[in-house]
Design a protein around this ligand. Structure first.
Ligand SMILES: Cc1cc2nc3c(=O)[nH]c(=O)nc-3n(C[C@H](O)[C@H](O)[C@H](O)COP(=O)(O)OP(=O)(O)OC[C@H]3O[C@@H](n4cnc5c(N)ncnc54)[C@H](O)[C@@H]3O)c2cc1C
Length: 292
């Protein structure tokens, strides 16, 4: 097997990176940790002629939090750094859990949360919790800067709403309101070293005993991470009971669009969506009660 050669650029400024992406054009790829990109090259899924690494751009690895505003995770912040970041663990435990449950320790010390999103795998472990928490992406490109809700980012397996020569500089997550709780749950056939066969991210806010705001997403059970509007409708303005959580789980199973592949078959995935969503809603509701 002969792999094509590529030129590697490691610019120190974002504008240089964008200019390079624009100048080199076709078969030019952005690289953060390379844990997806270089494997795709090895398997000849892609044939890069140019790779633009983001690693030397200062500030892109920052994880910062502003009280009253939210959390910003830079494009080269490692999965491992997000998973063990004290503020992320305290205020955004679902996001820390998703990052800490992605792959193994070696990959978490190379790969990034933003790379996980940009790879656009339907099973990306970091997507459901970030989507549930209403995250948005900061993007820079030849036309300047823009902000895109993460919900509008995923177009299909491996496809995103990024335009040519655009780079995601960070993902922003608003600060949770008081009385909020968020969870991430997932299942994979071989535990930690495998991508998820089914996953869910749930974020809710209580008003008194009732669910006032709610976002439910599932992963690995559709061409992109999917929002579950009919399931949300069952729960909104309701006081959560176990019976209601079971009903919601079954509805999520109906709304999911799983396929059979190497990780799990369609029937198993569909049944597991019901279990994961039921458990995640109950867990998020408990966290929300504790956060009042
Ligand atoms: C052994 C192994 C186990 C794994 N297990 C899991 C798992 O359990 N769960 C899981 O979800 N994933 C898993 N992965 C996949 C991978 O490790 C993650 O998706 C990782 O987070 C990718 O991050 P990265 O920084 O390495 O991305 P890269 O490989 O650098 O990039 C991935 C893609 O995103 C693009 N990209 C990266 N950053 C940007 C940016 N800032 N702007 C625009 N485009 C960008 C690249 O061009 C590329 O197409 C696994 C991979 C391996 C090799």
């Amino acid at each position: 097997m002969t792999l094509s050669r590529f030129d590697l650029f490691s610019p120190e400024r974002l504008d240089e990176a964008v200019a390079l992406l624009k100048e080199k054009g076709k078969d030019t790829f952005v690289m953060a940790g390379g844990t997806d990109l270089l494997i795709k090259r090895r398997h000849q899924v892609i044939h890069p002629r140019t790779i633009v690494s983001l690693k030397k751009i200062s500030g892109l690895n920052r994880i910062s939090f502003r009280s009253g505003k939210g959390l910003t995770i830079g494009a080269t912040a490692l999965l491992g750094d997000v998973a063990r970041h004290r503020t992320v663990l305290r205020i955004y435990p679902a996001i820390a859990k998703a990052a800490g449950n992605t792959a193994n320790v070696q990959i978490r010390n190379m790969g990034t949360v933003v790379g996980n999103l940009c790879n656009a795998s339907p099973a990306a472990d970091n997507a459901p919790a970030l989507l549930a928490m209403n995250a948005a992406l900061n993007i820079v490109g030849p036309q300047g800067k823009r902000v895109l809700p993460l919900e509008d980012f995923f177009l299909g397996p491996g496809f995103t709403a990024l335009q040519p020569a655009e780079i995601v500089t960070s993902v922003f997550v608003p600060m949770p309101l008081s009385g909020s709780g968020a969870t991430y749950l997932h299942l994979s056939a071989r535990g930690r070293i495998d991508c998820s066969a089914a996953s869910t991210g749930v974020a809710l806010t209580l008003k008194g005993p009732r669910i006032d705001k709610l976002r439910i997403f599932i992963g690995a059970c559709g061409p992109t991470p999917l929002r579950m509007p009919k399931t949300e409708k069952i729960l909104i303005n309701q006081k959560l009971t176990k019976t209601l959580a079971v009903r919601a789980g079954l509805q999520a199973s109906k709304e999911s669009k799983p396929i059979s592949d190497v990780r799990a078959n369609e029937d198993y995935r569909s049944k597991m969506v019901a279990v994961l969503v039921r458990r995640a809603i109950l867990e998020a509701n408990k966290l929300a009660r504790d956060n009042k």
